[in-house]
Design a protein around this ligand. Structure first.
Ligand SMILES: [Zn+2]
Length: 273
């Protein structure tokens, strides 16, 4: 009986605990997601809503996510530092860098087991070197897009994406995990490829006590994209954007984007699950 109480989850991702009546009760693996926010910024409307809102600026937030469960610590995207000076964002209100945000959450980046990158845009991978022990999980399609692009014009010669690629091809090579289009990282935590925003964009699907959460990457920026079926303005493939939104609407109980200010209005404690 004690064997079942060990930390190793049996097949099917179920753990067990002893109830007061000493019976074994199945306990599904669940994760808790913490919303970490670097800040907010104003961006031109057409970046967020394809071919529309030309005369508007739209307020966005800049998040990354911390997932805990199954005795693992997982971070989704790296957050960013010095938003206005390094990324030229027109910020609104206070900004916080990634390291202090992780520290506040009680996390040393060296203890993170998995860093999942939804895609390799600079504002999602710039702090990759903080995570010195983590397995770094990227879509194989995104990796190829960055290191062996069909159109070099679409792959910048410098900046955080190139720096991340150099780090991954060098120092962090043994920790780089390239994944296919449907992958389970851990029981109850899986990835699926969407493309659309970039050729290798992927979503993270997470089982929580509040339901199935999907962390969308940038294939959706705001809830309005999903609600009105308007693709994001930055994309490589519009058909893939529509397909991604359809799947997210179908599968998600909870939608967590990287840029929707309303995420923290829906989940004001900053915790999902
Ligand atoms: Zn992006």
């Amino acid at each position: 009986m004690m064997g079942l109480l060990s930390s190793r989850a049996p097949e099917g991702g179920e753990r067990y605990h002893l109830s007061e009546t000493r019976e074994l009760i199945p306990m599904p693996l669940m994760y808790k997601i913490r919303i970490l926010k670097n800040g907010e910024a104003m961006v031109p409307g057409p970046l967020i809503f394809n071919l529309s809102r030309y005369n508007e600026e739209v307020r966005i937030a800049l998040y990354f996510y911390l997932i805990e469960g199954n005795d693992k610590t997982i971070v989704v995207d790296t957050g960013m530092d010095d938003m206005p000076s390094r990324f030229g964002f027109k910020t609104v209100g206070p900004c916080k860098n990634t390291l202090p945000l992780l520290k506040e959450a009680g996390i040393n980046p060296k203890d993170v087991d998995y860093l999942i990158l939804t895609h390799l845009h600079g504002d999602h991978c710039t702090n990759i070197k903080l995570f010195t022990k983590a397995k770094i999980v990227i879509s194989r399609r995104e990796w190829l897009h960055v290191i062996a692009p069909t159109y070099r014009e679409l792959s910048p010669d410098s900046g955080p994406t190139r720096e991340a690629a150099a780090y991954l091809a060098g120092e962090a090579w043994s920790r780089l995990v390239l994944v296919g289009d449907e992958e389970e990282v851990l029981p109850g935590l899986s990835l699926f490829w969407t493309g659309g925003h970039t050729p290798g964009s992927q979503c993270v699907s997470v089982k929580t006590r509040m339901g199935r959460a999907i962390i969308t990457g940038d294939v959706v920026d705001l809830y309005e994209n999903l609600e009105k079926n308007i693709p994001v303005g930055i994309h490589y493939n519009l058909f893939e954007c529509f397909d991604a939104m359809k799947r997210i609407r179908r599968e998600a109980d909870i939608v967590l984007t990287m840029h929707e200010p309303k995420v923290l209005e829906r989940y004001p404690t900053g915790v999902v699950g």
